[in-house]
Write a protein that binds this ligand. Sequence first.
Ligand code: AMP
Ligand code: ZN
Length: 154
Amino acid sequence: MDSQDNSGSGEGCIFCAIAAGEAPSIRVYEDEHTVAFMDINPATRGHVLVIPRLHARDLLDVSGDELLHVMSTVQRVAFAVEEALHPDGINLIQANRRAAFQSVYHFHVHVIPRWWDDGLRPPWSHRAGDPDELRELGQRVKTALDEGLARSQH
Ligand code: AMP
Ligand code: ZN
């Protein structure tokens, strides 16, 4: 079952409970801003989750500062996974909202060690996009970015 979407409060949030030490986890790293622990349903051997201590629902809810702290810990964990497990590769996965298969609504990044024979498959295939559509979608995103920049300067 999905955890409640409880942006802001963190009440009833399993990852807040893990960060506070109130729920069990196999913790591999913690600092003032972040905690890293083993995923209980690992995609591969050595699958680690990195979370901010402060509750945020997803990428669109987490503050820029917290995001930087999380990504710094993500790289630290990736170095450790590389050193300890010698994987053939590493994926970062980060899910936002149910349509993108988010199931716990406390922002987190998956650090997933990869092996040639681990059975995971890429979520999309490389098919050429329609050039007109690519240009049109690119323009829409660029406009939103330009407007965001303009707003942030006021
Ligand atoms: P996502 O589907 O991207 O929201 O990922 C949530 C992840 O959290 C899943 O891979 C779950 O296996 C993992 N998870 C859920 N509850 C716990 C828990 N109590 N301890 C460790 N991992 C958990
Ligand atoms: Zn939380």
